[in-house]
Design a protein around this ligand. Sequence first.
Ligand code: GAL
Length: 413
Amino acid sequence: MRKFMTTTAIALAMMAGAAQAAENVEVLHWWTSGGEAAALDVLKKDLESKGISWTDMPVAGGGGTEAMTVLRARVTAGNAPTAVQMLGFDIIDWAKEGALGNLDEVASKEGWDKVVPTALQQFSKYDGHWIAAPVNVHSTNWMWINKAALDKAGGKEPQNWEELVALLDNFKAQGIMPVAHGGQPWQDATIFDAVVLSLGNDFYKAAFIDLDPAALGGDKMKEAFDRMTKLRSYVDDNFSGRDWNLASAMVIEDKAGVQFMGDWAKGEFLKAGKKPGTDFVCMRFPGTQGSVTFNSDQFAMFKVSDDKVPAQMAMASAIESPTFQSAFNVVKGSVPARTDVPDTDFDDCGKKGIKDLAEANANGSLYGSMAHGHANPASVKNAIYDVVTRQFNGELSSEEAVTELVAAVEGAK
Ligand code: GAL
Protein backbone atom coordinates (compact mmCIF):
# COMPACT_ATOMS: atom_id res chain seq x y z
CA MET A 1 0.00 0.00 0.00
CA ARG A 2 2.69 2.39 1.04
CA LYS A 3 4.69 1.52 -2.06
CA PHE A 4 1.57 2.04 -4.21
CA MET A 5 0.94 5.50 -2.73
CA THR A 6 4.49 6.51 -3.26
CA THR A 7 4.45 5.41 -6.88
CA THR A 8 1.16 7.20 -7.48
CA ALA A 9 2.45 10.32 -5.80
CA ILE A 10 5.54 10.26 -7.96
CA ALA A 11 3.45 9.72 -11.10
CA LEU A 12 1.18 12.59 -10.16
CA ALA A 13 4.09 14.82 -9.41
CA MET A 14 5.61 13.96 -12.78
CA MET A 15 2.34 14.71 -14.55
CA ALA A 16 2.05 18.01 -12.75
CA GLY A 17 5.64 18.79 -13.65
CA ALA A 18 5.01 17.97 -17.29
CA ALA A 19 1.87 20.10 -17.36
CA GLN A 20 3.74 22.94 -15.75
CA ALA A 21 6.62 22.66 -18.16
CA ALA A 22 4.20 22.85 -21.08
CA GLU A 23 2.24 25.71 -19.58
CA ASN A 24 4.93 28.29 -19.16
CA VAL A 25 5.16 31.81 -20.48
CA GLU A 26 8.28 33.90 -20.70
CA VAL A 27 7.11 37.50 -20.53
CA LEU A 28 9.18 40.49 -21.58
CA HIS A 29 7.93 43.73 -20.02
CA TRP A 30 9.02 47.04 -18.46
CA TRP A 31 6.79 47.03 -15.41
CA THR A 32 9.49 47.44 -12.78
CA SER A 33 8.34 50.35 -10.60
CA GLY A 34 6.53 49.66 -7.32
CA GLY A 35 3.04 50.30 -8.72
CA GLU A 36 3.77 48.49 -11.97
CA ALA A 37 5.21 45.46 -10.19
CA ALA A 38 2.14 45.28 -7.96
CA ALA A 39 -0.10 45.19 -11.04
CA LEU A 40 2.14 42.65 -12.75
CA ASP A 41 1.79 40.47 -9.69
CA VAL A 42 -1.98 40.37 -10.22
CA LEU A 43 -1.31 38.92 -13.69
CA LYS A 44 1.35 36.48 -12.48
CA LYS A 45 -0.88 35.14 -9.71
CA ASP A 46 -3.88 34.88 -12.02
CA LEU A 47 -1.87 32.78 -14.47
CA GLU A 48 -0.34 30.68 -11.72
CA SER A 49 -3.85 29.91 -10.41
CA LYS A 50 -4.59 28.52 -13.88
CA GLY A 51 -1.47 26.35 -13.89
CA ILE A 52 0.61 28.59 -16.13
CA SER A 53 4.05 29.30 -14.75
CA TRP A 54 5.84 32.58 -15.36
CA THR A 55 9.37 33.26 -16.47
CA ASP A 56 10.10 36.90 -15.86
CA MET A 57 12.04 39.02 -18.37
CA PRO A 58 11.90 42.57 -16.99
CA VAL A 59 13.69 45.35 -18.85
CA ALA A 60 13.61 48.55 -16.79
CA GLY A 61 12.97 51.85 -18.53
CA GLY A 62 9.69 53.76 -18.57
CA GLY A 63 7.78 53.86 -21.82
CA GLY A 64 9.51 50.66 -22.97
CA THR A 65 12.33 52.13 -25.08
CA GLU A 66 14.94 49.80 -23.58
CA ALA A 67 12.57 46.83 -23.62
CA MET A 68 12.08 47.24 -27.36
CA THR A 69 15.85 47.23 -27.91
CA VAL A 70 16.23 44.00 -25.94
CA LEU A 71 13.31 42.48 -27.82
CA ARG A 72 14.94 43.23 -31.18
CA ALA A 73 18.12 41.50 -30.03
CA ARG A 74 16.21 38.45 -28.78
CA VAL A 75 14.25 38.04 -32.00
CA THR A 76 17.35 38.55 -34.14
CA ALA A 77 19.03 35.78 -32.15
CA GLY A 78 16.07 33.51 -32.97
CA ASN A 79 14.94 33.43 -29.35
CA ALA A 80 11.69 35.38 -29.13
CA PRO A 81 9.96 35.51 -25.72
CA THR A 82 6.48 33.96 -25.57
CA ALA A 83 4.67 37.19 -24.78
CA VAL A 84 5.80 40.79 -24.93
CA GLN A 85 4.31 43.97 -23.44
CA MET A 86 3.99 46.30 -26.37
CA LEU A 87 2.47 49.58 -27.46
CA GLY A 88 0.47 50.55 -30.54
CA PHE A 89 2.46 50.86 -33.74
CA ASP A 90 5.26 48.64 -32.43
CA ILE A 91 2.78 45.75 -32.49
CA ILE A 92 1.88 46.49 -36.09
CA ASP A 93 5.56 46.80 -37.06
CA TRP A 94 6.27 43.31 -35.67
CA ALA A 95 3.15 41.93 -37.35
CA LYS A 96 4.36 43.31 -40.66
CA GLU A 97 7.59 41.41 -40.16
CA GLY A 98 5.53 38.22 -39.78
CA ALA A 99 6.88 37.65 -36.27
CA LEU A 100 3.58 37.38 -34.40
CA GLY A 101 1.26 34.45 -33.80
CA ASN A 102 -2.48 34.27 -34.30
CA LEU A 103 -5.05 34.59 -31.51
CA ASP A 104 -8.16 34.29 -33.69
CA GLU A 105 -9.38 31.05 -32.15
CA VAL A 106 -9.55 32.36 -28.58
CA ALA A 107 -10.70 35.82 -29.71
CA SER A 108 -13.65 34.48 -31.67
CA LYS A 109 -14.59 31.93 -28.99
CA GLU A 110 -14.68 34.73 -26.41
CA GLY A 111 -16.21 37.41 -28.65
CA TRP A 112 -13.38 39.98 -28.31
CA ASP A 113 -14.61 41.79 -31.43
CA LYS A 114 -17.69 42.94 -29.60
CA VAL A 115 -16.10 44.13 -26.35
CA VAL A 116 -12.65 45.49 -27.20
CA PRO A 117 -12.96 49.15 -28.32
CA THR A 118 -12.24 49.69 -32.02
CA ALA A 119 -9.51 52.21 -31.13
CA LEU A 120 -7.60 49.30 -29.54
CA GLN A 121 -8.46 46.72 -32.18
CA GLN A 122 -6.56 48.91 -34.61
CA PHE A 123 -3.44 47.68 -32.80
CA SER A 124 -4.58 44.21 -31.65
CA LYS A 125 -5.35 43.06 -35.18
CA TYR A 126 -3.37 42.93 -38.35
CA ASP A 127 -4.78 41.93 -41.70
CA GLY A 128 -8.02 40.97 -39.95
CA HIS A 129 -6.29 38.60 -37.48
CA TRP A 130 -5.88 39.02 -33.73
CA ILE A 131 -2.19 39.29 -32.88
CA ALA A 132 -2.20 40.79 -29.37
CA ALA A 133 -4.27 40.78 -26.20
CA PRO A 134 -4.94 44.29 -24.82
CA VAL A 135 -4.60 44.47 -21.06
CA ASN A 136 -5.53 48.08 -20.36
CA VAL A 137 -6.09 51.61 -21.57
CA HIS A 138 -3.88 54.34 -20.15
CA SER A 139 -3.93 57.98 -21.10
CA THR A 140 -1.29 60.66 -21.00
CA ASN A 141 -3.17 63.96 -20.47
CA TRP A 142 -3.33 63.75 -16.68
CA MET A 143 -1.82 65.68 -13.82
CA TRP A 144 -1.28 64.49 -10.25
CA ILE A 145 -1.39 67.17 -7.59
CA ASN A 146 -0.27 67.06 -3.99
CA LYS A 147 -3.55 67.77 -2.15
CA ALA A 148 -2.02 69.62 0.81
CA ALA A 149 -0.12 71.98 -1.49
CA LEU A 150 -3.24 72.52 -3.62
CA ASP A 151 -5.29 73.31 -0.51
CA LYS A 152 -2.69 75.84 0.61
CA ALA A 153 -3.02 77.43 -2.83
CA GLY A 154 -6.78 77.82 -2.39
CA GLY A 155 -7.88 74.36 -3.48
CA LYS A 156 -9.06 75.27 -6.97
CA GLU A 157 -8.09 72.94 -9.80
CA PRO A 158 -6.59 74.97 -12.68
CA GLN A 159 -8.85 74.97 -15.74
CA ASN A 160 -6.57 76.61 -18.27
CA TRP A 161 -2.95 77.49 -18.95
CA GLU A 162 -3.03 80.80 -17.05
CA GLU A 163 -4.50 79.15 -13.96
CA LEU A 164 -1.91 76.40 -14.18
CA VAL A 165 0.92 78.94 -14.28
CA ALA A 166 -0.64 80.74 -11.29
CA LEU A 167 -0.80 77.48 -9.34
CA LEU A 168 2.83 76.63 -10.14
CA ASP A 169 3.89 80.09 -8.99
CA ASN A 170 1.95 79.54 -5.79
CA PHE A 171 3.77 76.23 -5.19
CA LYS A 172 7.05 78.08 -5.67
CA ALA A 173 5.95 80.67 -3.10
CA GLN A 174 5.10 77.85 -0.69
CA GLY A 175 8.69 76.70 -0.99
CA ILE A 176 8.03 73.40 -2.73
CA MET A 177 9.25 72.39 -6.14
CA PRO A 178 6.33 73.18 -8.47
CA VAL A 179 6.84 70.37 -11.00
CA ALA A 180 8.27 66.89 -10.40
CA HIS A 181 9.77 65.73 -13.66
CA GLY A 182 12.22 63.20 -14.94
CA GLY A 183 14.27 64.41 -17.89
CA GLN A 184 14.07 61.42 -20.19
CA PRO A 185 12.91 61.84 -23.79
CA TRP A 186 9.73 59.80 -23.32
CA GLN A 187 8.79 61.82 -20.24
CA ASP A 188 9.39 65.15 -22.01
CA ALA A 189 7.25 63.79 -24.84
CA THR A 190 4.50 62.73 -22.42
CA ILE A 191 4.17 66.34 -21.24
CA PHE A 192 4.29 67.49 -24.85
CA ASP A 193 1.28 65.25 -25.67
CA ALA A 194 -0.76 67.16 -23.10
CA VAL A 195 0.58 70.60 -24.00
CA VAL A 196 -0.19 70.10 -27.70
CA LEU A 197 -3.65 68.73 -26.87
CA SER A 198 -4.32 71.75 -24.66
CA LEU A 199 -3.97 73.92 -27.77
CA GLY A 200 -6.91 72.16 -29.42
CA ASN A 201 -8.13 68.76 -30.58
CA ASP A 202 -7.83 69.70 -34.25
CA PHE A 203 -4.29 70.88 -33.66
CA TYR A 204 -3.29 67.63 -31.91
CA LYS A 205 -4.82 65.60 -34.71
CA ALA A 206 -3.28 67.66 -37.50
CA ALA A 207 0.17 67.64 -35.88
CA PHE A 208 0.54 64.13 -34.48
CA ILE A 209 -1.99 61.95 -36.27
CA ASP A 210 -1.93 63.52 -39.73
CA LEU A 211 1.66 64.81 -39.46
CA ASP A 212 0.59 67.93 -41.31
CA PRO A 213 3.70 70.10 -41.91
CA ALA A 214 1.60 73.27 -41.52
CA ALA A 215 0.61 72.21 -37.98
CA LEU A 216 4.05 70.86 -37.10
CA GLY A 217 5.72 74.04 -38.26
CA GLY A 218 3.14 76.69 -37.44
CA ASP A 219 2.58 79.33 -34.77
CA LYS A 220 0.61 77.04 -32.49
CA MET A 221 3.48 74.58 -32.38
CA LYS A 222 5.78 77.44 -31.49
CA GLU A 223 3.39 78.30 -28.67
CA ALA A 224 3.49 74.64 -27.53
CA PHE A 225 7.28 74.86 -27.32
CA ASP A 226 7.02 78.19 -25.47
CA ARG A 227 4.81 76.44 -22.92
CA MET A 228 7.43 73.70 -22.56
CA THR A 229 10.04 76.38 -21.85
CA LYS A 230 7.77 77.82 -19.18
CA LEU A 231 7.21 74.39 -17.58
CA ARG A 232 10.96 73.77 -17.69
CA SER A 233 11.37 76.78 -15.37
CA TYR A 234 9.41 74.92 -12.67
CA VAL A 235 11.53 71.75 -12.43
CA ASP A 236 14.46 71.20 -10.08
CA ASP A 237 18.13 71.14 -11.08
CA ASN A 238 18.43 67.37 -10.73
CA PHE A 239 15.66 66.42 -13.12
CA SER A 240 17.91 65.08 -15.85
CA GLY A 241 17.60 61.30 -16.30
CA ARG A 242 15.35 60.86 -13.27
CA ASP A 243 12.96 57.89 -13.53
CA TRP A 244 9.28 58.80 -13.68
CA ASN A 245 8.41 56.90 -10.50
CA LEU A 246 11.00 58.90 -8.56
CA ALA A 247 9.29 62.04 -9.83
CA SER A 248 5.96 60.61 -8.59
CA ALA A 249 7.62 60.00 -5.23
CA MET A 250 8.44 63.71 -4.96
CA VAL A 251 4.72 64.54 -5.11
CA ILE A 252 3.86 61.63 -2.81
CA GLU A 253 6.43 62.80 -0.24
CA ASP A 254 5.32 66.47 -0.29
CA LYS A 255 8.50 67.53 -2.05
CA ALA A 256 6.80 68.70 -5.22
CA GLY A 257 3.41 70.09 -6.18
CA VAL A 258 2.49 68.31 -9.38
CA GLN A 259 3.53 65.68 -11.88
CA PHE A 260 2.31 65.64 -15.47
CA MET A 261 2.17 61.96 -16.26
CA GLY A 262 -0.04 59.19 -17.58
CA ASP A 263 -2.27 57.36 -15.14
CA TRP A 264 0.34 54.71 -14.37
CA ALA A 265 1.47 57.38 -11.86
CA LYS A 266 -1.63 56.56 -9.84
CA GLY A 267 -0.21 53.07 -9.28
CA GLU A 268 2.68 54.69 -7.40
CA PHE A 269 0.39 56.80 -5.23
CA LEU A 270 -1.73 53.77 -4.35
CA LYS A 271 1.32 51.62 -3.65
CA ALA A 272 2.48 54.32 -1.19
CA GLY A 273 -0.90 54.07 0.58
CA LYS A 274 -2.13 57.43 -0.72
CA LYS A 275 -5.82 58.07 -1.37
CA PRO A 276 -7.28 60.05 -4.27
CA GLY A 277 -9.17 63.12 -3.10
CA THR A 278 -7.46 62.99 0.32
CA ASP A 279 -3.73 62.87 -0.40
CA PHE A 280 -3.65 63.62 -4.10
CA VAL A 281 -5.87 65.01 -6.82
CA CYS A 282 -6.12 63.61 -10.34
CA MET A 283 -7.28 65.86 -13.11
CA ARG A 284 -6.86 66.25 -16.84
CA PHE A 285 -4.10 68.58 -17.98
CA PRO A 286 -5.72 72.05 -17.94
CA GLY A 287 -7.59 72.71 -21.15
CA THR A 288 -7.87 69.05 -22.17
CA GLN A 289 -10.93 67.90 -20.22
CA GLY A 290 -13.21 66.04 -22.64
CA SER A 291 -10.33 64.76 -24.76
CA VAL A 292 -8.11 61.74 -24.21
CA THR A 293 -4.71 60.82 -25.61
CA PHE A 294 -4.60 57.09 -25.00
CA ASN A 295 -2.14 54.24 -25.04
CA SER A 296 -2.88 50.61 -24.44
CA ASP A 297 -0.50 47.98 -23.14
CA GLN A 298 -1.01 44.80 -25.08
CA PHE A 299 0.65 41.43 -24.90
CA ALA A 300 1.83 40.52 -28.36
CA MET A 301 2.30 36.79 -28.81
CA PHE A 302 5.36 35.86 -30.84
CA LYS A 303 5.57 32.88 -33.16
CA VAL A 304 6.98 30.12 -30.97
CA SER A 305 7.25 26.34 -31.17
CA ASP A 306 3.88 24.51 -31.17
CA ASP A 307 4.29 23.19 -27.63
CA LYS A 308 4.30 26.76 -26.27
CA VAL A 309 1.17 27.92 -28.10
CA PRO A 310 -1.41 26.55 -25.58
CA ALA A 311 0.17 28.67 -22.83
CA GLN A 312 0.00 31.75 -25.07
CA MET A 313 -3.69 31.12 -25.72
CA ALA A 314 -4.36 30.54 -22.02
CA MET A 315 -2.54 33.77 -21.15
CA ALA A 316 -4.48 35.73 -23.77
CA SER A 317 -7.76 34.32 -22.49
CA ALA A 318 -6.86 35.10 -18.86
CA ILE A 319 -5.97 38.70 -19.77
CA GLU A 320 -9.30 39.32 -21.46
CA SER A 321 -11.39 37.92 -18.60
CA PRO A 322 -13.58 40.75 -17.21
CA THR A 323 -12.70 39.84 -13.61
CA PHE A 324 -9.01 40.06 -14.33
CA GLN A 325 -9.45 43.31 -16.27
CA SER A 326 -11.00 44.88 -13.20
CA ALA A 327 -8.52 43.46 -10.66
CA PHE A 328 -5.46 44.40 -12.71
CA ASN A 329 -6.47 47.88 -13.78
CA VAL A 330 -7.59 48.90 -10.29
CA VAL A 331 -3.95 48.43 -9.21
CA LYS A 332 -2.26 49.67 -12.39
CA GLY A 333 -4.02 53.04 -12.65
CA SER A 334 -5.34 52.26 -16.12
CA VAL A 335 -8.87 51.38 -17.19
CA PRO A 336 -10.17 48.14 -18.71
CA ALA A 337 -9.55 47.24 -22.32
CA ARG A 338 -13.13 46.05 -22.68
CA THR A 339 -16.28 48.11 -22.59
CA ASP A 340 -18.32 45.73 -20.41
CA VAL A 341 -16.31 45.82 -17.17
CA PRO A 342 -18.17 47.52 -14.28
CA ASP A 343 -16.40 50.46 -12.61
CA THR A 344 -17.55 49.30 -9.15
CA ASP A 345 -14.10 48.43 -7.79
CA PHE A 346 -12.35 51.51 -9.17
CA ASP A 347 -11.51 54.60 -7.10
CA ASP A 348 -12.69 58.06 -8.19
CA CYS A 349 -9.75 58.58 -10.56
CA GLY A 350 -10.41 55.19 -12.16
CA LYS A 351 -14.12 55.92 -12.49
CA LYS A 352 -13.25 59.25 -14.09
CA GLY A 353 -10.81 57.52 -16.43
CA ILE A 354 -13.49 55.05 -17.58
CA LYS A 355 -16.06 57.81 -18.06
CA ASP A 356 -13.65 60.16 -19.86
CA LEU A 357 -12.61 57.39 -22.23
CA ALA A 358 -16.19 56.46 -23.12
CA GLU A 359 -17.12 60.12 -23.67
CA ALA A 360 -14.05 60.93 -25.74
CA ASN A 361 -14.70 57.84 -27.83
CA ALA A 362 -18.31 58.84 -28.40
CA ASN A 363 -17.43 62.48 -29.19
CA GLY A 364 -14.57 61.82 -31.58
CA SER A 365 -12.03 63.34 -29.17
CA LEU A 366 -10.04 60.16 -28.50
CA TYR A 367 -6.56 60.23 -30.01
CA GLY A 368 -3.57 57.93 -29.95
CA SER A 369 -0.72 59.19 -27.75
CA MET A 370 2.28 60.40 -29.72
CA ALA A 371 4.59 59.86 -26.74
CA HIS A 372 3.46 56.27 -26.21
CA GLY A 373 3.49 54.93 -29.73
CA HIS A 374 -0.17 55.22 -30.62
CA ALA A 375 0.04 58.02 -33.15
CA ASN A 376 2.95 56.94 -35.34
CA PRO A 377 5.50 54.19 -35.88
CA ALA A 378 8.63 54.29 -33.72
CA SER A 379 10.70 55.97 -36.44
CA VAL A 380 8.48 59.07 -36.40
CA LYS A 381 7.95 58.95 -32.65
CA ASN A 382 11.68 58.92 -32.01
CA ALA A 383 12.25 61.79 -34.43
CA ILE A 384 9.71 63.88 -32.48
CA TYR A 385 11.25 62.81 -29.13
CA ASP A 386 14.61 64.09 -30.26
CA VAL A 387 13.39 67.59 -31.09
CA VAL A 388 11.17 67.86 -28.00
CA THR A 389 13.99 66.84 -25.68
CA ARG A 390 16.56 69.15 -27.21
CA GLN A 391 14.14 72.06 -27.00
CA PHE A 392 13.18 71.22 -23.41
CA ASN A 393 16.85 71.23 -22.48
CA GLY A 394 17.39 74.64 -24.02
CA GLU A 395 19.41 73.43 -27.01
CA LEU A 396 16.82 74.78 -29.45
CA SER A 397 14.68 77.90 -29.35
CA SER A 398 10.96 77.47 -30.06
CA GLU A 399 11.52 78.85 -33.57
CA GLU A 400 14.33 76.41 -34.26
CA ALA A 401 12.31 73.56 -32.79
CA VAL A 402 9.36 73.99 -35.15
CA THR A 403 11.68 74.03 -38.16
CA GLU A 404 13.52 70.96 -36.90
CA LEU A 405 10.26 69.20 -36.11
CA VAL A 406 8.98 69.51 -39.68
CA ALA A 407 12.29 68.29 -41.07
CA ALA A 408 12.65 65.44 -38.56
CA VAL A 409 9.16 64.13 -39.20
CA GLU A 410 9.54 64.40 -42.99
CA GLY A 411 12.81 62.49 -42.76
CA ALA A 412 11.33 59.74 -40.63
CA LYS A 413 8.05 59.22 -42.49
C1 GAL B 1 3.79 53.29 -20.63
C2 GAL B 1 3.00 52.05 -20.35
C3 GAL B 1 2.57 52.01 -18.94
C4 GAL B 1 3.70 52.34 -17.99
C5 GAL B 1 4.53 53.52 -18.47
C6 GAL B 1 5.77 53.79 -17.63
O1 GAL B 1 4.25 53.29 -21.94
O2 GAL B 1 1.87 52.01 -21.18
O3 GAL B 1 2.00 50.75 -18.64
O4 GAL B 1 4.45 51.22 -17.82
O5 GAL B 1 4.91 53.37 -19.78
O6 GAL B 1 6.67 52.75 -17.68
